[in-house]
Ligand binder design. Structure first.
Ligand SMILES: Cc1cc2nc3c(=O)[nH]c(=O)nc-3n(C[C@H](O)[C@H](O)[C@H](O)COP(=O)(O)O)c2cc1C
Length: 195
């Protein structure tokens, strides 16, 4: 991505503003042992009752497991994700294992695990890009998912590539995205009150 113009409004660790979702990858397969470190980081996320609803299905570039995952991506995502080095379906168990009752926090918990995954990736020189642009009607069958496991996103993972390799319309988007102001998202005491 071109230079990071993100400026945090508070003094925070640089890792939070340096993480981005690039589309330019160098085409190299991700080393499987590095990918395991990302799953390991995700494994330590907090979850309601320590239920650990996150599940992952992965495929490394140039292996048999790649094509089914890649085939699930919408065209617009296939255009750039073809150059990433691994695809990971982030899945979430929607019921508690013990009781079989709905697990209302499963998405929240699995979202936390994905963030750990993404931040650990950067420590290894890898970038991540989540995708919801997926052929959702084919996910269950393609990945052989039971009824109580839902897809949350497919993640493209890889080593950074040259943005000039992207088609014009995607290259233009290869810049850091900005964020709402704290005053728009943080409220003191009650939602309507402001900071
Ligand atoms: C759950 C989720 C789904 C997303 N789906 C797509 C997608 O299908 N295609 C895409 O190009 N980007 C996708 N994104 C990337 C977002 O557009 C990106 O995270 C957002 O614009 C913020 O930019 P940043 O990640 O570079 O900070 C997705 C991100 C998330 C978290």
């Amino acid at each position: 991505m071109s230079g990071n113009q993100r400026v945090p409004s508070q003094d925070i660790s640089a890792q939070f503003i340096n993480r981005m979702s690039p589309r330019a990858f160098d085409g190299q397969a991700v080393c499987e042992s590095d990918l395991m470190k990302l799953f390991e980081a995700a494994r330590w996320a907090p979850s309601c009752f320590n239920s650990q609803p996150w599940r992952f299905v992965y495929g490394l570039k140039n292996t048999d497991e790649w094509a089914p995952l890649f085939s699930l991506l919408m065209d617009i995502n296939q255009k750039w994700a073809s150059n990433c080095g691994a695809l990971v379906a982030v899945l979430s168990k929607t019921v508690f294992e013990q009781s079989g009752q709905p697990a209302p926090t499963n998405s929240f918990d699995t979202g936390a695990a994905w963030m750990s995954f993404a931040l650990q990736a950067r420590e290894l020189g890898l970038e991540t890009h989540a995708m919801w642009g997926v052929m959702h009607d084919r996910v269950k069958e393609t990945l052989d998912l039971p009824d109580d496991i839902d897809l949350r996103a497919i993640i493209a993972i890889g080593y950074p590539g040259d943005p000039s390799s992207l088609p014009d319309n995607l290259r233009e988007r290869e810049t850091p995205s900005m964020r709402k102001e704290l005053s728009e998202i943080v409220f003191k005491g009650k939602y309507s009150k402001g900071m």
